[in-house]
Design a protein around this ligand. Structure first.
Ligand SMILES: [Zn+2]
Ligand SMILES: [Zn+2]
Length: 390
């Protein structure tokens, strides 16, 4: 691991590029990020931040106050990697088999640390800066764990922002979009309880398999028949399971479904329709069906005022026309959505580059974060802090 970057040192972003590569070599998974959290906390402490460790597990918050201003700004980075084998062979590739920073959270952490350091050297802001480093974004549990541990009660924020790199669009491009930006995600479990019996005597049993087949078809009609064109949703049946051998009617059958939407209203509509379809099938087939809906993350909705403020703040940093509205609809999910349910703010994207290497998709074994974003991203955070806490 590289040495502590001293608070009075010359502005040297290369040190943060090295820091990013150090984090890349030693990925940690899910909520289990003690070394990365310690690296973050020890640097913030060395630079004079008031540091709070162990929030919701390994979450870290660094607080810096300047002047008499009452405004409080939250900036958030994620720290966790993915359980996959890296297939890159450059010097900073993962040292740990089966673990890889394939989503660029190593870069997001380095960007926020670079901004943290620069904001102690160029403290042209007036108010409170809360820098939030969260574990377990990929598992969609880290943000909630920190919130359940009192994140916004202990460190109140008037607005909160986060960024993610985006392969496939050029470095030097930002995507800033108000309103629904990322999808909600829920896991829906259905358990059909019939009555098993001999395959030769179906009249003595209550067969759950025709019910399963009928449910598969009925669920397809939610998107095609119940939602309007502008209501975005993806409903995918991921598993169905029933029975053992050809001549036994099983007792029960199960199904797991993934539901993604981009607004709470569409989500409510889908869940209501699921409920109606399930209760209808109970009546029609004389079975009992357990319906279990688990919300993994809500839709990510950027608030209008904070998005506009961010766009205005970032525009001078980019070439004309390169702060873009949304590029394409994504139905991926982001844990930061939980934080935006309590505090208004904006989640935006920075182009990670195009072509075979830096254009390679996140969660791919050949992905790597583009080091050019350490400067661009920290420019964004420093400028936003100066503008929001003016
Ligand atoms: Zn990811
Ligand atoms: Zn990510």
């Amino acid at each position: 691991m590289n040495a502590l970057i001293q608070p009075g040192a010359e502005l040297d972003l290369d040190a943060f590029v090295q820091l990013r590569r150090d984090i890349h070599q030693a990925p940690e998974l899910g909520g289990d990020t003690p070394l990365t959290a310690d690296l973050v906390a020890s640097r913030l402490e060395a630079w004079g931040y008031e540091v709070h460790r162990g929030i919701g597990g390994h979450g870290v918050v660094g607080v810096l106050r300047r002047g008499e201003g009452g405004r409080r700004l939250g900036l958030r980075a994620d720290m966790d990697a993915l359980p996959m084998q890296e297939k890159n062979d450059f010097a900073h590739a993962s040292h740990i088999p089966g673990r890889m920073h394939a989503c660029g959270h190593d870069g997001h952490t380095a960007i926020l640390l670079a901004a943290a350091w620069r904001l102690t050297r160029e403290p042209r802001f007036n108010g409170t800066l809360n820098l939030i480093f969260q574990p377990d974004e990929e598992g969609l549990c880290g943000a909630r764990a920190m919130m359940e541990d009192g994140l916004f009660q202990r460190f109140p924020c008037d607005a909160i922002f986060a960024l993610h790199n985006m392969p496939g669009i050029p470095v030097g491009t930002a995507v800033v979009q108000s309103g629904p930006t990322m999808a909600s995600s829920e896991r829906v479990g259905l358990h059909i309880k019939g009555r098993g019996g001999h395959g030769a005597m179906p009249e003595l049993a209550v067969d759950p398999i025709p019910v399963l087949a009928s449910l598969i078809n009925a669920i397809q009609t939610i998107k095609s028949r119940n939602l309007a064109v502008e209501e975005y949703a993806v409903i995918s049946i991921g598993t169905v399971a029933a029975g053992t051998v050809y001549n036994i009617i099983p007792d029960d059958a199960r199904m797991l479904v993934s539901v993604r939407t981009d607004t709470p209203a569409t989500r409510r509509k889908i869940n209501q329709r699921l409920e109606e379809i399930v209760r209808g099938h109970e009546q029609l087939f004389g079975v009992e069906i357990e319906l279990e809906i688990t919300q993994l993350a809500p839709a990510l909705v950027n608030s209008e005022a904070e998005t506009e403020l961010l766009r205005t703040s970032l525009t001078p940093l980019f070439e004309p026309g390169l702060v873009l509205p949304r590029a394409a609809k994504v139905m991926g999910t982001e844990d930061f959505a939980w934080m935006l349910t309590e505090v208004p703010g904006c989640y935006f994207m920075l182009g990670n580059g195009e072509g075979e290497f830096h254009g390679c998709s996140v969660h791919n074994p050949h992905y790597d974060f583009s080091d050019a974003l350490v400067r661009i991203g920290s420019d964004c955070w420093v400028k936003l802090a100066e503008d929001y806490l003016a």
